[in-house]
Design a binder for this molecule. Structure first.
Ligand SMILES: *Cc1c(COP(=O)(O)O)cnc(C)c1O
Length: 388
């Protein structure tokens, strides 16, 4: 996809959302999701990776309209809980298109998933493999391995996955317990900017496949997890470059024995479809000599801007006063929590004229915003979502 074409499409997304906001004037803060962009992003990924099965990571944006649209487009789904399974099934997904990709699950939740027809699970421990064997007999299981997630804005640390050697043993165990030892899963870290980041996981998966083949066990699948990036302010490689990186690694490590390949994009589908409209609550200075103003808006860390923790994601901002002279600001949320400061290290310059009641729009904010907003911390309601 030519970059100018992508830029045009982003401007069109923004224009459609602005038309809705100007017409409906919903209460702020709110998130508006442009469904046409969700569809386009899904199509971009299936076009760039035609041989790969796309499982949308529901947690990035679980708006029912988004799930319904993707189910109708033929997407599969990566879920982490019974509620996400119910959501997908209620919105038209078939149980065989659902992967229960969370390695941390209660026996009751595995049994529930099985009762609803889910037959694909991701594990990373002996206990969980045994739980799946007991409560979802005969199902397929992918073993998640630990990989290094250099190049990721949001590395996954060591919470998920096990050593490849242990994964091979657990696939053998799955086989002994009557499960389908389906393959290997990993996650190269979210907002991954290195197009070769999947290479290590694919290499490990190929080693595991060869080891098991020697024991007469054929694994069929590699699950590449999430990580495809969204555009915030920094430039990201194109989907074509990611596809070349991934396909190159598959050829290098698997040769002609290409497995079934799954990918679980979350933010790459939902982020650019969304814009948050917020309102300025207060503009102030902490001293007469302080150049930086503090701008408090009606959304913060707990109503949906969780990914600004550590200022990891620096969203692009637009205000209703853009065009005039600007000066540096600290941007903060509305709650009485000292951590509810959005940006104080990242440089943001906002219009000097900005005042209470003006709008601050947060661009490409469709992923990990509404789904992270708290139920009612400090009396602020969760982020409202409108799909257009
Ligand atoms: C969160 C998650 C994803 C989606 O990650 P993105 O970086 O948003 O693409 C995919 N797979 C698993 C297992 C996840 O936990």
């Amino acid at each position: 996809m030519a970059e100018s074409f992508a830029v045009d499409r982003r401007a069109e997304t923004e224009a459609r959302i602005r038309r809705f906001l100007d017409r409906e004037k919903p209460q702020t803060p709110c998130l508006v999701i442009d469904l046409q962009t969700v569809r386009e992003r899904y199509e971009d990924i299936t076009t760039a990776l035609p041989l790969v099965d796309v499982f949308y990571a529901v947690k990035s944006n679980p708006a029912p309209e988004v799930v319904e649209l993707l189910a109708a487009q033929g997407s599969s789904f990566d879920v982490a809980s019974p509620a996400e399974i119910d959501l997908c099934l209620a919105r038209g997904a078939k149980p065989e298109t659902i992967s229960y990709s969370n390695p941390i699950k209660k026996a009751a939740d595995v049994a529930y998933a099985y009762s609803r027809g889910v037959r694909l699970f991701v594990s990373d421990s002996e206990q969980d493999v045994r739980t799946v064997a007991a409560h979802a007999p005969g199902s397929s299981v992918l073993l998640r391995i630990l990989v290094h997630s250099k190049g990721s804005t949001y590395p996954f640390g060591r919470k998920f996955g096990c050593d490849p050697e242990m994964a091979a043993d657990l696939l053998r165990l799955a086989h002994e317990l009557g499960l389908d030892p389906c393959g290997v899963a990993f996650h190269a870290g979210s907002q991954q900017l290195d197009v070769h980041a999947w290479d290590g996981g694919i290499a490990d998966a190929a080693v595991i496949a060869a080891k098991l083949r020697a024991d007469g066990i054929e694994i069929s699948t590699v699950n590449l997890g999430g990580g495809l990036p969204a555009v915030y302010q920094e430039a990201t490689p194109s989907l074509t470059e990611f596809a070349q990186g991934i396909e190159g690694s598959l050829r290098r490590h698997f040769g002609d024995a290409r497995p079934r390949v799954m990918i679980e994009p979350g933010r790459a589908i939902s982020a650019e479809a969304g814009m948050i409209r917020s309102e300025v609550v207060l503009v102030s200075r902490k001293s007469y000599s302080d150049e930086r103003r503090w701008v408090y808006i009606d959304i913060g860390r707990y109503q949906g801007l969780a990914e600004t923790e550590g200022e990891a994601i620096a969203y692009a901002l637009r205000t209703s006063r853009d065009g005039g002279p600007v000066g540096p600001v600290v941007l903060a949320g509305p709650t009485c929590d000292a951590d509810d400061v959005i940006y104080q290290h990242t440089r943001y310059d906002l219009p000097l004229e900005l005042e209470a009641g003006d709008h601050v729009d947060i661009l490409h904010a469709g992923a990990y915003t509404a789904s992270y907003s708290s139920v009612c911390f400090n009396g602020f309601p969760p982020l409202a979502t409108y799909c257009i």
